[in-house]
Design a binder for this molecule. Structure first.
Ligand code: ADP
Length: 218
């Protein structure tokens, strides 16, 4: 499976990615985790990334793209991967498309996690108290949500037009959300294989053009 997890900060992508990676036995590639590990190790990449992360800004595209392309070239990603936190801009999405097209290994699905902004803010502020992440201060949280709205949300349309988008209601118990995701993926696989109508806003990119009205799996 080649899957992208899309959604605002605090939507629970990381939590679900760990569960899904176990389910599908594929690597969980989290750009946030890779950056944080590099910060801890004090690498040059970590030093560059920290400056942006602490402000709640995106790390420049060229830096992230090079890092992810490198990671995807590792043998463990050959059978599939779960991308968490990438792409976050249209430029990143285009780079990923080019890379996968070159290898004739298109994405299977892009799962978009939906959570209201008030709830996101509550979750991120709670995580700040719990984990003390340096980018979880109140002002930085607001900024990250703004950056999501302007830079990353356009990817919802980007992937919807490619027939790849599956919306996931990301409110509720962790296990229930995993079950919803697996259902969205099941429907996507069915429609990719030429199955019936496309109930969840997910479809095969090559055969189905735009899907105008995706609905969340409840
Ligand atoms: P969140 O919990 O906010 O979803 P992540 O843990 O995925 O955040 O990422 C933390 C930070 O790492 C981001 O705020 C950003 O500065 C940087 N980052 C992660 N992924 C990307 C990316 N694809 N493009 C640019 N910056 C990124």
């Amino acid at each position: 499976m080649r899957i992208v997890l899309l959604g605002p900060p605090g939507a629970g992508k990381g939590t679900q990615a760990v569960r899904l990676a176990k389910h599908f036995q594929c690597p969980h590639v989290s750009t946030g985790d890779i950056f944080r590990a590099n910060v801890v190790e004090g690498t040059r990449l970590g030093l560059t990334a920290k400056e942006y992360m602490d402000r709640g800004d995106l790390v420049p595209d060229e830096v992230v793209i090079a890092m992810v392309m490198d990671r995807l070239a590792a043998p463990d990603c050959e059978p599939g991967f779960l991308l968490d936190g990438f792409p976050r801009t249209v430029t990143q999405a285009e780079a990923l498309d080019r890379r996968l097209a070159g290898m004739e290994t298109p994405l299977h699905s892009v799962l978009c996690f939906e959570v209201e902004e008030d709830e996101l803010f509550r979750r991120l502020a709670g995580r700040s108290a719990e984990l003390g992440r340096s980018d979880d201060g109140e002002e930085t949280i607001r900024h990250r949500l703004e950056v999501y709205a302007t830079k990353t949300r356009p990817l919802v349309d980007y992937y919807m037009h490619r027939g790849l988008l599956g919306l996931v209601n990301a409110l509720g118990h962790v296990e229930d959300i995993t079950a919803r995701i697996l259902e969205v993926l099941r429907v996507a696989a069915y429609s990719r294989n030429g199955g019936g109508s496309n109930h969840n806003g997910v479809g095969g990119a090559s055969r189905r053009p735009a899907n105008p009205a995706p609905r969340a799996a409840r």
